[in-house]
Structures are given as C-alpha cells and as structure tokens.
Design a protein around this ligand. Structure first.
Ligand code: RIB
Length: 293
C-alpha cells in the first residue's frame, strides 16, 4: 500500500552549543551544519528507508528544489510537492547531552491548498495510509477526506497545538505522541488518553521506551528502548514514527513494527543531523541482526 504523508519540509540549521540558550543569553556555536529536515520530511525518509512506498504531499519555495531532489534521492515520491513562497526552515540548538531546542519558520509548509490535497488523494485507494503531523496546514480537511476514501489516518501530534489536535481527533485511527504531548492533550481535552476513541495510541518515552495502548484489544504494553549513548536526539521521534508506520503498512505486527522503530531511533540518536542521516534497513541489520519478519 502507499503512505500519503502530508508533511513539512525544512532547511535545518544546526548549532552545537555549550548549553541551550537562556533568556537574554548570547552564545557562540562551536559547530554548525545544515541539512534537510522538517518533521514531515523526516517521517517520509524514515518510512521510505523502512521499505514503504511513500508519497509526500507538501510545499517548498522556489529556493527548495534541492529538498525535493533529496527526497526523491531518498526514495520518496515527490510528484505532489508543489512550489510556494519560501521553503520552511528550522534553527536547531543542540547541547552536549544531545538535547535540543528548535525554532521553526513554517514558510511554504503552511500554504498547502485543498486542491493540492485533492489531487494527491485522488490517487489513493482504500487501505492506504494518511500520515500527518502539525507543521503544515490543512490537516483536518485532509484527515476528513482520507477517512471518506477509506484510508487509515495516523497522526503524530507534534508540535502540539491544542486546537489542531482537537479538530483532527475525530478522524484519527492511530495517534503517536511523546509524554509531554500526551500530558498537553489530556489537559487541553479534559480527557484521559485511554478514553480517546482510537485504534492505537503510542506514547514515546525517550530513553525509557514506548507505551502502547491497543484500544481494539483493550491492552496496554510497554516496550523498552535500546540503551545507547545519545549525541543528538533531533529527528529521533520522527524516525520512530516513520519506521513504525512503514512496519504497520508492510503488514508487520505492532510488536515487530515497534521493534524496528526502536532500533532505527537508537541508531538515529547516535548520529548528528535529521533527514540526511536516518538509517536504512541495512544499517539496522548490521547493528542489530536480522529484521523482524
Ligand atoms: O523533529 C525534528 C524536526 O523538527 C527538524 O528536522 C526540524 O525541521 C523541525 O521540524
């Protein structure tokens, strides 16, 4: 099947700092790097690296042809990436422990039109997946249309925006979020996570692994993370989501898909960068042995 990913595409600027900035502080970075990112693009690359067929729906500026070409190079179908004002960008500050603070300028990511969504989803079939996060516009419209067409809707609630999440919730089948976003969702909706009417909820817990609520079987499970020395956690959550969705799309079980996603993100946190350094299946096999099948 195909994963239709309505997702952001950013120019990522990485600054390695002695500490994350405090109010009023100016710091010189001891290292600087650029690359392709955006939560959406990272998820598309991860899903494609995880052997899924991925159609990215997005917008870059006239300055963004490089990003479109990169996605293509990484195996993502780019026919529904259109051209808008300026390509989105992110300023990413990273401390010596691998933690980050990120400022994004959405640019063209928030200029997606209903026509663009319509022409992309016209190619979709029932059983395909719609994947989304919160760095674009048109999520609620797209989710509603996708449900009408029989797609499974998977949503990563990042970055968390109470209104966007509330608008999309009625159309979601699978929700992926981290524990801070889970708390934000519970307090903004006034609802306990487990009472949400969804098929599956995955709460990522960083170095403590991941919690899975199987709402169909009324079961809760905990999956451990793989202990590694993290140098940069940027994009690790996106890598987890992209691989998880690729596994589910390829018909792997939840357990197998989470294992694959956990392995991919364990490698990712040991690398500097985002889309450009997401591991492929060969990297995962070299590090952890045969794939779950
Ligand atoms: O999750 C990491 C991503 O967040 C970066 O690639 C950056 O572009 C921001 O969107």
């Amino acid at each position: 099947m195909t994963i239709y990913n309505l997702g952001s595409i950013n120019y990522d600027y990485f600054y390695h700092l002695p500490n994350l900035l405090r109010a009023g502080e100016t710091l010189a970075a001891h290292e600087y790097r650029r690359g392709m990112g955006g939560k959406g693009a990272n998820m598309s690359v991860a899903a494609s690296r995880g052997a899924a067929r991925v159609m990215h729906i997005g917008l870059v500026g006239k300055d963004g042809l490089w990003a479109k070409n990169k996605l293509l190079e990484y195996g993502v179908d780019t026919r529904h990436i259109a051209s808008g004002s300026t390509t989105g960008h992110a300023v990413i500050m990273i401390d010596p422990f691998g933690e980050n603070s990120i400022v994004i300028h959405p640019g063209a990511n928030r200029e997606i039109t209903k026509d663009q969504i319509g022409s992309a989803l016209r190619e979709a079939s029932a059983g395909d997946i719609l994947l989304m996060q919160n760095e674009t516009n048109q999520q609620a419209y797209t989710a509603k249309l996708a449900k009408e067409l029989g797609l499974k809707v998977i949503y990563a609630a990042a970055p968390f925006e109470a209104k966007s999440v509330a608008d999309i919730l009625p159309y979601i089948d699978i929700l992926v979020l981290n524990e801070i976003e889970a708390e934000q969702l519970e307090s903004s909706s006034g609802q306990n996570l487990q009472s949400l009417r969804l098929e599956h909820i995955f709460v990522t817990l960083g170095s403590r692994g991941c919690k899975h609520f199987d709402k169909l079987k009324d079961k809760t499970a905990h999956f451990d993370a793989i202990p590694v020395e993290a140098v940069d956690t940027t994009g690790a959550g996106d890598t987890f989501t992209g691989y998880l969705v690729a596994g589910l799309d390829r018909g792997l079980s939840v357990e197998q898909s989470v294992l694959l996603a956990t392995r991919a993100s364990a490698i990712m946190v040991q690398r500097h960068g985002t889309s450009d350094v997401i591991p492929d299946l060969k990297d995962i096999e070299d590090e952890f042995g045969p794939q779950p099948t």
